[in-house]
Design a protein around this ligand. Structure first.
Ligand SMILES: [Zn+2]
Ligand SMILES: [Zn+2]
Length: 921
């Protein structure tokens, strides 16, 4: 083997090798899969090419090479608990791949793989093994072609070619769709790597499930389309999709026994070691926390760079959980101050040249990490203590499983993610009922009225539309790429109804009042994307029988399919009818104003607050725009006004908008802002605003005004928090902004008319009135208190509990505060030598309150004011207590106050009965 290459060099050599053979380098797509609500994170290299294989997206290249950022935190591909405990599991990892879209096939890709591994990287040929597909059921043909290519490779040992069945060597994207055989390349690390040599059942070989034979590269040959479980048809065009685990190949080329020992991780681990002061031997003896911290910090650094900040649901939850889990493993190393930002700094240094988004967002990454660590310390430390108590109770009770609802409670109230609870429990030999946790979370989600975390998955509808698409493509009624999308074209030509779907079934015609999904070969309606809502409008008949369908919703139920959803207002639309699409233009214009204003707002926020203020989500609707962005604290009023003024200045300057299509590479080089969660193809649409120098330059597929002056007026109506570190602004534009301002001015005018003031006098006037009111209130309070005292003094007849010869007084005084009630009981005690008083009122929130006092002699008899208050509190729906002589209570049900006071004689009697009963005993 040659001199050790660095990880960065290995990645670059892979890319250069394939670029040399005519491949286009395609940058990694975001960890947040664009336009795919079914996937939490990008988990493989093929995610960004999925639509190319499905035939609904086309690229200007037919050969590609990439290094894709991937994240796997759960599901069949990864168990988080394994991460850090062994040599190979990670949450974040990179996948190297070469791709052929209907271009080269098995011969080329296998030959190149062999050449790269043995010629360029000089791996010993005798250590390499290859597999190919042979169906154990004999239904799908054996992949003799791949086997044949392997046997032609110079120096490849024919004994190292092995056949495997469907589980190992047949790849499928889903239950239906593109699929095909694959060929894996394995590297033999030597018998000393086998950790199962003691296991008598272990056969040490390729796919033998030990660390000796590492799968390093999988070459997938996509040559079939699966229509159903038993129906496989050959594809016209065949493709190649390969994936090589980057961390793994680096560990082999650097000849280290673990991914964590490569230069991808060692700098992080060494830094953590410098904080703990451990010796190398101590570190090796306690390796798990080091690995977890290195893995999770690397993962969250990439996540935050892609716009995923710590939060409570979905992707944001994963980000939060990984940081908190890393912080807890830090505690095991006695790292009790925030430290991850400095680990992230090393990640950014080591990866920033290849993944420039890390450098661009360095400040936001480090800031988010530290803030989340601090929050963890503040809230979660208490949760961990509480968890320890619960677990020790469990053990004492002889139980081994922590209740799922309890684990959820720890999360909901103390911010302890399930994953951490499970870590802690497992460290103590216990387990957590994760199903129960999910149930409790689901129940909570339903109870709190929160929506689905990831929208709808499409369900059965997908199949109907996929079938329709296939049929229409075959008949030539639809292009290979599916429905044409023309939301930017102002002219709407007549078209034709290709299909109508009602209640999940394709139908020939529909009638008045029916809900229908309409499929046309082309649409001019914008379909919700990039935060901009879908257009609405109608589809009408062009000639023949007259009909109208009102369109309220747009959907993309399957790749390549766009449908218009709405209700038939008149007539009977049929498949094959000529049709004209009419987008609601007023609404569209309002949306365009808001969209362009969103770009100006984004630019203004970065200007005023700094580059860390990045988009974290947006909504562009006709009546308003909403913009979420990363910023650590609330904006000051000055900042809000400055941002608003910035946007309005840009509107008044009436800048033209330049809309262009160019390569993603060029746009990024020119400094265009890409937004996370958006899917970008090789050719992107860019929107730039400004004269000489761009004020704003973004990748965007939305619809926009021609000149900023069209926006009219921009007003911010709200600024607030959405999640830790994420702020939200809501704003209005155009006519809506005028209405908003007019409405505000009307209120002001009315107030001025009413008070007889000029606008500038209004505030001083209100302030002086407030002062007067507060003085008056105080006077009323004191008078009311006096009134109560007088009434109590004047009371000449107390009520009576004859059985025990006890006098008492109950009275309700509206709107008297609890202090005055307490004082009044003093008057009672001064005026009566023996007795019990209970006074009720309501507080400023209209909730019932009571005060009770008894004289000394009644205490001796066995009464207790605190207990009386508690009994009354039960009736008014609250709590109370106090000393033997004086007590108070508050409740929620003021209608029960009278009833409660009527119960006083019974309460007194019961209390004394009980006492008597005890003495009798
Ligand atoms: Zn083995
Ligand atoms: Zn936009």
């Amino acid at each position: 083997m040659q001199e050790k290459l660095s990880g960065a060099e290995i990645r670059q050599q892979f890319i250069d090798f394939f670029v040399e053979y005519g491949h286009t380098f395609v940058p990694s797509s975001s960890l947040v899969p664009g336009g795919d609500s079914t996937l939490l994170f990008t988990n493989a290299g093929m995610v960004q090419f999925k639509d190319v294989f499905l035939g609904t997206d086309q690229r200007p290249y037919s050969r590609a090479v990439n290094s894709q950022k991937c994240l796997r935190v759960s599901g069949k591909h990864n168990d988080l608990e394994q991460v850090g405990r062994d040599n190979t599991h990670h949450t974040f990892f990179e996948m190297l791949g070469n791709w052929s879209f209907g271009d080269y096939y098995k011969k080329e890709t296998i030959t190149w793989a062999w050449q790269l591994l043995t010629d360029v990287w000089k791996l010993p040929k005798e250590r390499l093994w290859a597999t190919y597909f042979k169906d154990e059921l004999g239904e799908i043909p054996e992949d003799r072609q791949a086997a044949g290519v392997w046997l032609q490779q110079a120096g490849f040992d024919p004994d190292h070619l092995l056949a495997f069945g469907r589980k190992e060597n047949f790849w499928e994207m889903a239950d239906t769709g593109p699929c095909g055989p694959d060929s894996e390349i394995h590297f033999d690390r030597g018998p000393e790597y086998c950790q199962k040599s003691d296991d008598p059942h272990h056969v040490c070989q390729v796919n033998g499930d030990c660390d000796r034979f590492l799968e390093i590269w999988n070459n997938v040959f996509i040559q079939y389309n699966r229509l159903s479980e038993n129906e496989l048809v050959p594809l016209e065009k065949t493709h190649v999709d390969t994936g090589m685990g980057f961390e793994r190949i680096v560990s082999i080329l650097q000849d280290v026994p673990s991914n964590y020992k490569t230069d991808l991780f060692m700098p992080l681990i060494k830094y953590i070691q410098s904080l703990t002061g451990d010796s190398d031997a101590e570190r090796e003896a306690n390796l798990t926390p080091y690995r977890v911290i290195a893995d999770h910090t690397r993962a969250t650094t990439f996540l935050i760079a892609d716009g995923v900040v710590p939060g409570n649901i979905g992707r944001n939850y994963v980000c939060r959980m990984l940081i908190r889990r890393s912080a807890r493993f830090g505690m095991k190393l006695d790292l009790n101050e925030p430290f991850m930002a400095n680990v992230a700094r090393i990640v950014i240094e080591n990866y920033g040249d290849f993944y420039p988004e890390l450098k661009r967002n360095a400040a936001a990454i480090m800031d988010s990490l530290t803030r989340e660590e601090k929050q963890f310390k503040k809230t979660v430390a208490a949760g961990l203590d509480h968890l320890d108590e619960i677990l020790s109770d469990l053990r004492i009770g002889g139980k081994t499983i922590l209740d799922g609802a309890l684990a959820f409670d720890l999360y909901a109230t103390l911010g302890l993610p399930l994953e951490i609870t499970r870590d802690v429990a497992q460290e103590q030999g216990l387990d957590v009922d994760t199903e129960g946790f999910q149930e409790a979370m689901e129940a909570h989600r339903l109870a709190s009225g929160a929506g689905e975390i990831f929208g709808e998955m499409g369900g059965e509808d997908v199949q109907i539309y996929a079938d329709l698409l296939a049929k229409l493509q075959q008949s030539g009624e639809l292009r290979a790429t599916g429905v044409a999308y023309s939301p930017y074209q102002p002219i709407h030509e007549p078209t034709e109804i290709l299909a109508l779907v009602r209640d999940g079934k394709a139908v020939d015609k529909v009638g008045v009042g029916e809900q229908v999904a309409v499929l046309l070969p082309r649409t001019w309606f914008y379909v919700e994307a990039g935060g901009q809502v879908s257009d609405t409008g109608q589809i009408v008949s062009v000639n023949g029988n007259k009909w109208t369908i009102k369109i309220t919703e747009m959907q993309k139920p399957a790749a390549g399919v766009i449908v218009h959803i709405g209700e038939v207002l008149e007539g009977q639309p049929k498949v094959g009818d000529r049709a004209l699409v009419q987008v609601d233009q007023d609404r569209r214009h309002q949306i365009m104003r808001n969209h362009t204003a969103t770009h100006l707002l984004h630019a203004a926020l970065q200007d005023i607050l700094g580059d860390h203020a990045r988009q974290a989500g947006s909504l562009v609707a006709p009546d308003r725009l909403r913009f979420d962005f990363t910023h650590p604290q609330a904006m000051t009023r000055q900042e809000i006004l400055a941002v608003e003024a910035h946007v309005n200045q840009a509107i008044l300057a009436n800048y033209p908008l330049q809309i262009a299509e160019k390569s993603l590479e060029q746009a990024m080089e020119e400094g265009a802002m890409a937004l996370f969660g958006e899917k970008y193809g090789a050719v992107v649409r860019t929107i730039s605003i400004g004269d000489q120098e761009d004020l704003s330059y973004e990748l965007c597929g939305g619809t926009h005004v021609d000149e900023t002056g069209d926006i009219g007026l921009f007003l911010i109506t709200f600024e607030g928090s959405v999640a830790a570190g994420v702020r939200r602004i809501e704003a209005v534009t155009g006519w809506r902004a005028y209405q908003y301002a007019r409405e505000r001015m009307n209120f002001l005018d009315q107030a001025n008319t009413f008070l007889g003031t000029a606008p500038s006098e209004l505030l001083p006037k209100i302030q002086s009135m407030e002062e007067e009111i507060s003085i008056s209130k105080k006077r009323i309070k004191s008078l009311e208190g006096k009134l109560v005292k007088i009434k109590i003094k004047e009371q000449n007849q107390l009520s009576y509990v004859p059985e025990y010869d006890i006098q008492y007084l109950t009275e309700i005084f509206p709107n008297v505060d609890i202090g005055a009630l307490r004082e009044s009981t003093d008057i009672f005690q001064d005026n009566y030598t023996s007795g019990c008083i209970v006074l009720g009122s309501t507080d400023s929130n209209k909730n019932p309150i009571i005060v009770t006092a008894i004289t000394e002699d009644l205490v001796d008899k066995g009464l207790h004011a605190g207990k009386i208050a508690k009994s009354i509190a039960k009736i008014i729906g609250g709590g109370g207590g106090g000393s033997a002589r004086l007590a108070q209570a508050g409740g929620k049900d003021k209608d029960k106050l009278r009833e409660a006071l009527d119960q006083v004689p019974n309460i007194l009697k019961n209390m004394l009965d009980e006492k008597k009963h005890k003495i009798d005993k």
